[in-house]
Design a protein around this ligand. Sequence first.
Ligand SMILES: [Zn+2]
Length: 445
Amino acid sequence: MPSNSTMTKIVWQHSQLLPEETMDFLRGIAVDCCKTKNYVYGKYSGVKNLNRLTPVYNILNEMRYCGLREQLNLPSVYYELAIADAVADIKRSWGTVKNKIGERITANENLSADDRIYLRTVLKMNSIYSSVLNHQDYELPRNAAGLEIDVKRLNNLLCRLTRKYLVQPSTDHISSFRISPNGYSYKDGAIRIVCRIPRKRITIPLKDDRIFDRQIQLQIKQNYVMLAVPVEVRVKQHRDYTNTVYIYIGSKDMFTLSNGTIYGERLEELVNPETERLEKKNQERYKMYAIYEQNAEDGNQQKTEIIQTNNLGRLKYDRQKEKERLRTTTFINAEINRMLRVEKPSKIVITRPVTKSRTKIYSKSANRRMARSFRGYIRERLAYKCKVNAVELVEISSKGTGWICAECGAEGKRQGTEFICEGCGQQTTIALNSARNIQQKYLTK
Ligand SMILES: [Zn+2]
């Protein structure tokens, strides 16, 4: 990596507490951006528009004159970014479709090598792929000349698979929106953003006086906003970081290294009391809600009002939840930093996340859900910190790293968190055994 390379980092800026009037305005903009995006998804995510997504200007231009903006009375600075974001989402979903079809092409045993060359070529060329899907004439791509193929059959296959995997994106995300640089300015420690009345601006006082000149995302909280600003930061080069580190990412302890060192010890205990408390709290809330609904049905308005103000308020609940989450994420980040400082890696090897079967099955237990959400967070933070510190992060398949004894290669037994091998008598933890397997697998590949 060159020493002057940079990467994008998100910095956060908080507003002061805002009056309800301002919050209402912000929520209204977010709702309208959401409507705009859903309109774009509905209109442009089908096969007819596949070839019109780039450059985004075409769609932007059509959207300028379709009347939606006037109908919503949404200022252009919000409207056009919402459109651009929606088109980017549509392109991403086409990317997913192509990946899935690519997998199917690889797995389909009824296809010849020539068939596969043709199909992959078409998938790579949007204009041809689009013609195939829309049953329009097109010129065969040059590297498809001379192939022994039944074009009609292959095109039918492409159409069928596309129909199967193409889904129209949709969003109900009404707690954030983006604003372009020409939509805001600063004055007296406040950011002033465009509002629905021409030449007027809404003032949002900030907690610090940093100013920026790029697209900003506004995240709407209960009575304030958080601004997410992407900024370029320089990647830190560490000359003394030369080691290769093999890490098993677990749920009991966060990281177990193949050298036996543990970082984020007993992370689970930090997460779990919280999930149990939340689960109990949720049960109480459901019960209250049932009583509330019953009273509402019976027309007992006084009682429903009492319940609503005393028991169903989200505010305290959300604040408590946020506080506990912050405690866990702070611990996670501190431990990742400590690992980097102590181990001085130039390369870190982990396993790819396991997705059991294609369709994800979601467990009902809040416990599992919480552990899973933090696992995603841990991976994300590790990847990010590796980037910032110019550490190479390698992901290998976890296949064969769980059940095999790292000492002798026999299949071992797992009891709770312990790993026992009857072949050689090794007794260790699943985490350490896996970490050592990751190391061996990486070194012998
Ligand atoms: Zn063994």
